[in-house]
Design a protein around this ligand. Structure first.
Ligand code: SAM
Ligand code: DTB
Ligand code: SF4
Length: 335
């Protein structure tokens, strides 16, 4: 994806919740105009990044995340599987590449990887990179040495979400803290791997929690290079199911615009729940500064728009899937 030569003088890390609320509540045309103006300083507005996900180890997870189909604490009907064979993963990566993706993201339902598993994931990363794809992994918590091993294998991105606001966090997960998540992100940074970190909306949190989540991300130094925004995909059998309140499309577009304004040089990805957004809502989200999507018919355990539907949407909008992975330069120097 083409980054423009803009400087990073509009990149700040001292955002307050009050400032974020003021931006969030602007009249929608003003909010979207400002977000699109910032977007154009950093990115080609005609390009969308495409990443494809694969669940390399599904279900049976010891964590109790109240939103997740893969937690062993909930009866969701998702069976616990084994770590996939490396060749089978690389066959999927080849298909992702043939489908136009520039990044391949491998997800595992672990609290954290075991050493033996890590050997195999490192082989997968090397294979993915040999195909000319960027690699991303999301494997749960990492120790500093595990992060270094992944970095040495050539991992480009590590996805590890903060998921929600600090105040709402203990309501959705009790087997780890937000501080644990932030520590793993520190280890990922120290290993010189780019950070993909975002969250979920629609789990029963308040609008203020959503803004707090974005402010928490925008106060990280440096900002995550990649910010996935997930609309919660309802999973019968999870505790969140009881309290979930879907986020309407316009409210979601406001969050996309706010993410773009708070983190000007970060790629903002429309992630889970995109299959419930109309073409018009997605168009508005792109106008508000979203510039990445997951392509392929599946996310991890839930659905995603069909490839053909995405191709038709992007053609209607005159948008191109970026032919190259994001430039390997950091948009922002580490402090
Ligand atoms: N186990 C690892 C972890 O938690 O970091 C990696 C996989 S986990 C499924 C990756 C992310 O997917 C979670 O952090 C959460 O933000 C998102 N996620 C999980 N279930 C979801 C759902 N039902 N709807 C939307 N996003 C979801
Ligand atoms: C992220 O923020 N969204 C992706 C990726 N990171 C790993 C995962 C979405 C999962 C949606 C639920 C599922 O398919 O199980
Ligand atoms: Fe496990 Fe990740 Fe699901 Fe939590 S979100 S239950 S850590 S797979």
């Amino acid at each position: 994806m083409t980054r423009t030569a803009a400087g990073t003088d509009d990149v700040r890390h001292d955002w307050t919740a009050e400032e974020a609320h003021v931006l969030h509540d602007l009249p929608l045309p003003e909010l979207v105009f400002r977000a699109q103006s910032v977007h154009r300083r950093h990115f080609d507005p005609g390009e969308i990044e495409a990443a494809t996900l694969l669940s390399i180890k599904t279900g049976g997870c010891p964590e109790d995340c109240g939103y997740c189909s893969q937690s062993a604490h909930h009866r969701t009907g998702v069976a616990a599987g084994k770590l996939m064979d490396t060749e089978a993963v690389l066959a999927e990566a080849r298909q992702a590449k043939a489908g136009g993706a520039t990044r391949f993201c491998m997800g595992a339902a672990w609290r954290g990887p075991k050493e033996r598993d890590l050997d195999q994931v490192c082989a997968m990363i090397e294979g993915v990179r040999a195909l000319g794809l960027e690699s991303c992994a999301t494997l749960g918590m990492l120790t500093p040495s595990q992060a270094r091993r992944l970095g040495a294998a050539g991992l480009d991105y590590y996805n590890h979400n903060i998921d929600t606001s600090p105040a709402f966090y203990p309501r959705i997960v009790t087997t780890r803290t937000l501080q644990d998540r932030l520590e793993t992100l520190d280890h990922v940074r120290a290993a010189d791997i780019k950070v993909c970190c975002g969250g979920i909306v629609g789990m029963g949190e308040t609008p203020a929690d959503r803004i707090e989540m974005l402010v928490t991300l925008a106060r990280l130094r440096p900002h995550p290079e990649s910010v996935p925004l997930n609309l919660w995909n309802p999973i019968p059998g999870t505790p969140v199911m009881e309290d979930a309140v879907p986020v309407d499309a316009i409210a979601f577009v406001r969050l996309v615009a706010l993410a773009r304004l708070l983190m000007p040089a970060s790629v903002v990805r429309l992630s889970a729940g995109r299959d419930r957004l109309s073409d018009e809502a997605q168009a508005l989200a792109f106008l508000a500064g979203a510039n990445s999507i997951f392509t392929g018919d599946r996310l991890l355990t839930t659905g995603n728009p069909a490839r053909e539907a995405d191709a038709a949407l992007l053609a209607r909008l005159g948008l191109k899937i970026a032919a190259r992975p994001a430039a390997p330069i950091r948009a922002e120097a580490a402090p």
